[in-house]
Design a protein around this ligand. Sequence first.
Ligand code: LLP
Length: 430
Amino acid sequence: MHSFRYHQGELFAENVPLQSLAEQHGTPLYVYSKATITDHFTRLDAAFGKLDHLVCYAVKANSNLAVLNTIAKLGGGFDIVSGGELYRVIKAGGNPAKCTFAGVGKTREEIVFALKQGIYCFNAESEAELHYINQVAGELGKKAPVAVRVNPNVDAKTHAKITTGKSENKFGIDFDHILAVYDRVADECPHLVIKGLQMHIGSQLTNVDPFLEAVQKVVPLVKQVKERHNIEFFSIGGGIGINYRQSLDSGPVTWWEQNAETHPLTVQAYAEAVVPHLEALGVRILCEPGRFMVGNAGTLLTKVLYEKRGSAKTFKIVDAGMNDLIRPTLYEGWHQIVPLKQPTTTDVEKVDVVGPICESGDFLAQNREIPLVKEGEYLAVLSAGAYGFTMASNYNTRPMPAEILVDGDKATVVRERQTLDDVLKGEHIA
Ligand code: LLP
């Protein structure tokens, strides 16, 4: 579900009118709904209910402390990719013993930090990394829990930049070689404890077939690794796609109910397809959803600064740019854009919604029919809760936007807008 809808002519997040937040806190402004995050966690957790399982939220999607705290309180674990993300999880009240540490390039400092904090497992992506973790653990007099990521060479059929499970991608170890790697590491690395096997084929998958193909391919491997090395878990990764087109008129409805024909992947369909293959394994199942958990739970509010009617196009120039939300230009990501004041007519206008950044790639939408909006009015860029703020930057010396978490009637600033002094902090003239 999502919690953004029109009520009495205004767009609300749960019980809070967004226009009031935009006016009070300024724009660009990220607003998240706690109820949506909670619903998504609960729904996914329930779908895996039959299995011994742990939902490890992929922190990279949205790492705000308040978001992490919400998930920690629901009992979630965390999929982290840096020492910084582990630091955040701990600050947010998350349990390091429920953290898996992924990524192809872990540094010594990160490995030491994670070992000292007692994380659940390192998900290693190369034999060289396994040896290095072994060495660092030995130096600390510790044993490092490790899983190895398999690259199953399955096409996730998603955008090229978020496909990870093909042989040409940098992730994981080739399916055909991985068993030998497990065997060698067991022989050569006394400071490792082999705990699991992990995979992740890509992000924003809207069809269950690639998930099923990967699970069916990797399950026999899990059995073999379990026989030889007695592993305790199999992580099936993240990647559940979301619907970027939301209905804003009705009461709470699930995204798959709204758009079942064009978007057949539901969390139930996902679980129904994969769980039967996992049940008999007798190992704990981990999943690592990022976007599913927070994508539809967030919106980016922005103000229309100017309108420019050119000979080829009409531009709505807004105060949010590619530095605030890079998905449209980086992944051709499609985000629904709606006015905060509910349109009173069905009239639309074809425009480019562009930011203030000095790049032609700075757009939030191109050739898009949106309701009529005037200068000074506000727009909501929907489904911006995942990979929105976390990918934002200070490009063009633009301060990072503020972030707000809505919980029922309450709106809390969970990250203050940066000041220019924040942006320049640590810089010096030589
Ligand atoms: N596990 C691993 C190992 C991952 O690499 C990722 C995402 C996830 C889990 C979570 O995937 P999700 O459930 O969110 O699809 N910035 C891109 C998405 C990058 C995904 C990177 N890895 C975007 O905005 O579309």
